[in-house]
Design a protein around this ligand. Structure first.
Ligand SMILES: *Cc1c(COP(=O)(O)O)cnc(C)c1O
Length: 420
């Protein structure tokens, strides 16, 4: 099936006389006729649900849909995007190990990697797109487990050269993990370019309605894990199972569920999965409109005298336009635009406070237009100089373009820019 059809039809299929819409199975547990059958579930020799911390039929349907959209062999939903990133790393990384990641990652991810994982004895080694392959390779050693990047970085909007970094990672026997949150599988499918694992914050475009926090890990099934003892040698915490032997190309995603989800319990609720499924049913329509509206906004801002600079990969003269044309379907570059107003922080504040339709929100990437001014909110403790070194200029505005009529969005921008 094509991606539009997968969005609408995949996951749950109703049989004769059954509900047409994905049911919410609000049950912690599942009953069986014999203890032998349940024992088989515990031995992982039979498929089925036993306890909703580990799996649930409503959640499974949504996981199946996302796995199909990304063209992977399996997916696991988590209670948040943060939990997805965490589990994607912990699944193959332990104390004393290190991994490579890009410094333009979402702030929450950066903090998780640099601060919290460090406390667990895991070292994140930060690199940038400006570095040569040799400079990055110099940081890879025997204890390096993976390379991690974002398809379109939040909020700097830099496009990851997936093919280049997948080759680099594979040359050293490590997988490339891609956070595909801003692009979604509608605009980019990282597995087609060599990525091995995809993670999502489904709280953004996938849900799309700003209703439910969630995350997803998807396994391409293509990486050879024979060099990873945690997957290719007996797991003591699961009576000696060897994941690569018993589960073949689903070894990674199976271990993530039966070991880490079992132990960490960052489980989504069936109702959250139901809401996410509603969002996914229209994802293809929304991503197209978000991208069209954002391109119009970016072009309009670019020509405006009260605007000093605009970043949007969909603009032909953007630094990342060539990569956007390669990796994002038809150059459709998602809904977020970043720009700076004239008059620095003061200009940005006047603009923000004058908006009427666009609301000031910490959230990003849902169907209602919203804005954030990092310098006066998430980064407000920093001085102007510190803001610049953090890559957040004082006049930096993150504009999350919604799917309202474009004329109304631009009219709101224009009246607010006039106030500067
Ligand atoms: C929001 C976000 C996350 C974190 O996801 P939550 O669902 O908020 O936990 C991770 N990566 C990116 C790119 C994000 O935008």
């Amino acid at each position: 099936m094509k991606k539009e059809t997968i969005c609408v039809q995949s996951g749950y299929q109703s049989k004769n006389g059954e509900p047409r819409v994905l049911p919410i199975y609000q049950s912690t547990t599942y009953s069986y006729d014999s203890s032998e059958e349940l024992a088989k579930l515990f031995d992982l020799t039979k498929d089925g649900h036993m306890y909703s911390r580990i799996s649930n039929p409503t959640v499974s349907c949504v996981e199946k849909k996302v796995a199909e959209l990304e063209k992977g062999v399996g997916a696991m939903m988590t209670s948040s995007g943060q939990a997805a990133s965490l589990i994607s790393i912990l699944n193959i990384t332990g104390s004393g190990d290190n991994f490579i990641c890009f410094s333009n990652l979402y702030g929450g991810t950066t903090n998780l990697f640099a601060v919290t994982l460090r406390k667990l004895g895991i070292e994140a080694r930060f690199v940038s797109y400006e570095m040569s392959d040799e400079e990055i390779e110099a940081l890879i050693d025997e204890r390096t487990t993976l390379l991690f990047g974002e398809t379109i970085s939040n909020p700097s909007l830099e496009v990851l050269d997936i093919e280049r970094y997948a080759k680099l990672a594979h040359a050293h026997g490590i997988p490339l993990i891609v956070d595909n949150t801003f692009a979604t599988p509608i605009l980019c499918r990282p597995f087609e370019w060599g990525a091995d694992i995809v993670v999502h914050s489904t709280s953004k475009y996938m849900d799309g309605h700003a209703e439910v926090v969630g995350g997803m890990i998807v396994d391409s099934g293509k990486f050879d894990w024979s060099g990873y003892s945690c997957l290719s040698e007996p797991d003591d915490s699961y009576h000696g199972v060897i994941y690569t032997k018993q589960f073949g190309n689903s070894a990674y995603i199976t271990k993530a569920r039966v070991q880490l989800m079992r132990d960490l319990g960052s489980t989504p609720s069936p109702f959250s999965a139901f809401l996410l499924n509603n969002g996914l049913e229209t994802l293809h329509l929304r991503m197209e409109r978000h991208s069209q509206n954002a391109l119009s906004v970016a072009k309009h801002l670019k020509a405006h005298e009260k605007v000093s600079w605009v970043n949007y990969p969909g603009l032909p003269d953007d630094r990342y336009h060539d990569l956007a044309m390669k990796y994002l379907d038809g150059g459709l570059s998602s809904g977020v635009v970043s720009f700076g107003t004239v008059n620095g922080k003061k200009g940005a504040t006047v603009f923000m406070d004058s908006l009427k339709l666009a609301k000031i929100c910490v959230h990003v990437a849902d169907l209602r237009t919203c804005v954030l001014h990092p310098a006066s909110t998430t980064h407000r403790q920093l001085t102007d100089e510190q803001l610049v070194s953090a890559g957040v200029r004082p006049e930096f505005i993150r504009f999350s373009t919604g799917i309202e009529n474009i004329d109304d969005i631009i009219a709101d921008i224009d009246q607010a820019l006039e106030k500067i």
